[in-house]
Design a protein around this ligand. Sequence first.
Ligand code: NAD
Ligand code: MG
Length: 295
Amino acid sequence: MTLTDLKDPRTLYPQPPFEKQPQPAPGFTEKMDPRPDHGEDSYIGHGRLAGRKALITGGDSGIGRAAAIAMVREGAVVTLNYLPDEEEDARSLQSLLAKDGEVHLIPGDITDKAFCRALIKDAAGQMGGLDILVNNAAKQVRQESIDDISDEQFDGTMKTNVYALFWLTTAAMKIMPPGSTIINVSSTQGFNPAPVLIDYATSKFAIRGFTEALAQGAIEKGIRVNGIAPGPFWTPLQPSTGQSQDKVQHFGEATPMGRPGQPAELGGAFVFLASQESSYMTGEFIGVTGGKPIS
Ligand code: NAD
Ligand code: MG
């Protein structure tokens, strides 16, 4: 199938019910059934990011993996950051893209401030600069009640989803030239929070605030800052700790399209926000939700 074949979006990709498939965090792509589609066989580039240099956090799997495939095929050099445990996913992506372009790997934990600063420096060093930053990595742990959220979980969610975004962005903005673009991944949870994702939703609201506030000042350096708010996407985050297994079985069913999104359905949104095509947009969020309004 190519993206130009006319298809009904409701039946374009797998629909629930799915099998229960628990796995520990961070989850792995190969353990998912059905296997997520990241655009491996469908994304065709047209040089829209030729010469650009991108760092993608959480770039090994899921939404970050789809962003990486799209950006490399559009001509960007890409550095992937991920947790050291995820080497398998990162290496398989690097070999998949070997024929398309240059992919660098810098594993490490972004809850460590010193690592975040080093990541920006090392990524820029390897690529000969940095002009796209995709803040995509996140921690999501579902809990039935606020009483079940430990201090450690709350701290881990904030460090991964919010502090790291601050540390990486401040370091990156010191070296990014005018024309650079930052893309932050929030969620529908940053607009319509669920009671079982209190700490995660709080962090996703923070990403909205950060993006909208920062965009207004960053433009003084010629840097645009935008975001993406995905609805339910079929990625390892969900069957690992993000959702209960009952929820996984019916994941995406409550959207108007009746199915979860596949990461491949986000590649184009990342490319659009990264490229000059969105040159008059800053401080905005694109909702990709299967039809559920984000405001
Ligand atoms: P994913 O598990 O494939 O990606 C998340 C990545 O975060 C992991 O691969 C891991 O590399 C990275 N990560 C987590 N903790 C880290 C740490 N301490 N240091 C370095 N990296 C770390 O899942 P995904 O669904 O593709 O998630 C990508 C983004 O999309 C996240 O921001 C998530 O909140 C957002 N999102 C996902 C959905 C969904 O339904 N899947 C919906 C809305 C938003
Ligand atoms: Mg992963």
